[in-house]
Design a protein around this ligand. Structure first.
Ligand SMILES: Nc1ncnc2c1ncn2[C@@H]1O[C@H](COP(=O)(O)OP(=O)(O)OP(=O)(O)O)[C@@H](O)[C@H]1O
Ligand SMILES: [Mg+2]
Length: 239
């Protein structure tokens, strides 16, 4: 039996300030099967970023359980949580978040060099070159971010996010800073990576992109509306 690598059960998030209590997420039950490509869409303020932050261990739920590869990550301390995040999560942000002083190769190598898992220089080089190949950027590995186009920078950011073979790649509005052509190329790249087995969860405002994923989830006022899950994903969960 194959377990879903990502499983949220009864997850809620309440932001409690002095004057007002905001229920950002209410009783979210969500399983993401290995190999799935999930989009999360919904109106501004519905809880998309909150959900992505919880999935990426950048924030903790107020209640509920979150399992990554069977590990209950809601009960971990700060360091344990950082370790799981480094090993099992890949992030791609709207604004690329590359380090200007590092060339493309060194940007992609970052998660490996900061990992608790020690790897030889040869092993790092092999993994980085493989990730650069996957995003078709091998020819630009010595370039610095300011010598790359927006679309190329996002491809390097994607290579950095997948270089350590994360359990899940979390993607937040990846085309928000790109023109339509570069945005379409980045989306094609994500679809290709998913074909190669990378599990992806993406927040997007763009219905065109949301509708192209295998599983489409919609959030409304912090409540998850099930969209059109992929048959394959359902089958894997049901086994
Ligand atoms: N740190 C915080 N403190 C208090 N309330 C917050 C905090 N962060 C988010 N919220 C509230 O939680 C709700 C969900 O916010 P969230 O950022 O997840 O929305 P979103 O769907 O990502 O919106 P957008 O599409 O505009 O990015 C909103 O009502 C927001 O005001
Ligand atoms: Mg948001």
């Amino acid at each position: 039996m194959q377990h879903s690598p990502i499983k949220l059960t009864g997850v809620s998030k309440v932001y409690d300030s002095e004057l007002v209590e905001t229920h950002a997420l209410s009783d979210i039950n969500l399983e993401i099967a290995a190999g799935d490509y999930v989009s999360i869409s919904g109106p501004s303020g519905c809880g998309k970023s909150t959900l992505l932050s919880i999935l990426g261990l950048l924030d903790t739920p107020t209640s509920g359980q979150y399992l990554i590869d069977g590990i209950d990550v809601t009960s971990l301390d700060f360091n344990q949580s950082a370790e799981i995040r480094n090993e099992k999560i890949g992030f791609v942000f709207q604004s690329f978040n590359l380090i200007d002083e590092l060339n493309a190769f060194d940007n992609v190598a970052l998660p490996l060099r900061y990992s608790m898992k020690s790897r030889s220089a040869d092993e790092i080089e092999k993994l980085v070159n493989r990730a650069l190949e996957m995003v078709d950027m091998s020819h630009r590995k010595m370039h610095f971010p300011n010598q790359l186009s927006g679309g190329q920078q996002q491809r390097i950011a994607i290579a950095r996010a997948i270089v350590h073979h994360p359990t899940i790649l979390l993607v937040d509005e990846p085309t928000g800073n790109l023109d339509t052509k570069s945005g379409d190329m980045v989306m094609q790249l994500l679809a290709d990576l998913n074909e190669k087995g990378v599990t992806i969860c993406m927040v997007t405002h763009d219905a065109r992109y949301a509708n192209a994923t295998k599983t489409q989830l919609k959030l409304k006022d912090g409540v998850l509306m099930q969209g059109k899950p992929a048959e394959k994903a359902i089958a894997e969960v049901a086994v």
